[in-house]
Write a protein that binds this ligand. Structure first.
Ligand code: SF4
Ligand code: SF4
Length: 116
C-alpha cells in the first residue's frame, strides 16, 4: 500500500521529516501495509491563521512526517491532512504559539493500525 502520495507539494527545501532522506520516509516505509486509512468525514486539525507566524516558523510543515502541511501565502495550512495525517500529534506540540487546534478524526475513521 502506498501510504502517502503528495510528494510534489513541498517547497524547494523539503520538510525535514517528510523528505526522502529523513525520518518521515523511513516512518512511511516502516508503516507501509501496517495501517489502513479509513476515509475521514471531516477535518480534525485546524490552523488559526491569526496566531500562526507562518514562514518565520514553518515547524509544523517541516516536522510533519506525513507531509500534511503546506505553506500557503506565508501561513501553515493543513492542506493534505485528510489523506496524509498519521495522527502522530507532533504538530500540536511543536507549535509554540498555540495556533493548531488538534483532535482525532471521528470515531471509526482515520488511521487503523494492523500490527498482526
Ligand atoms: S508551528 Fe504553528 S506557528 Fe509555526 S507554522 Fe505551524 S501553525 Fe504556524
Ligand atoms: S498529527 Fe500533525 S504532525 Fe502528525 S501527521 Fe498529522 S498533521 Fe502531521
Amino acid at each position: 500500500m502506498s501510504v502517502l502520495g503528495a510528494k510534489d507539494h513541498y517547497r524547494g527545501n523539503p520538510g525535514l521529516l517528510y523528505g526522502e532522506k529523513f525520518a518521515g520516509k523511513k516512518v512511511r516505509d516502516y508503516l507501509d501495509g501496517k495501517f489502513e486509512m479509513i476515509p475521514k468525514t471531516k477535518e480534525h486539525i485546524f490552523v488559526d491563521a491569526d496566531k500562526c507566524i507562518g514562514d518565520a516558523c514553518a515547524i509544523c510543515y517541516t516536522l510533519c512526517p506525513g507531509g500534511a502541511y503546506e505553506m500557503i501565502d506565508g501561513k501553515a495550512v493543513w492542506a493534505f491532512g485528510m489523506t496524509n495525517c498519521m495522527e502522530c500529534g507532533i504538530c500540536q506540540y511543536v507549535c509554540t504559539v498555540g495556533a493548531i487546534d488538534w483532535s482525532y478524526p471521528e470515531a471509526g475513521t482515520g488511521v487503523v493500525l494492523k500490527w498482526s
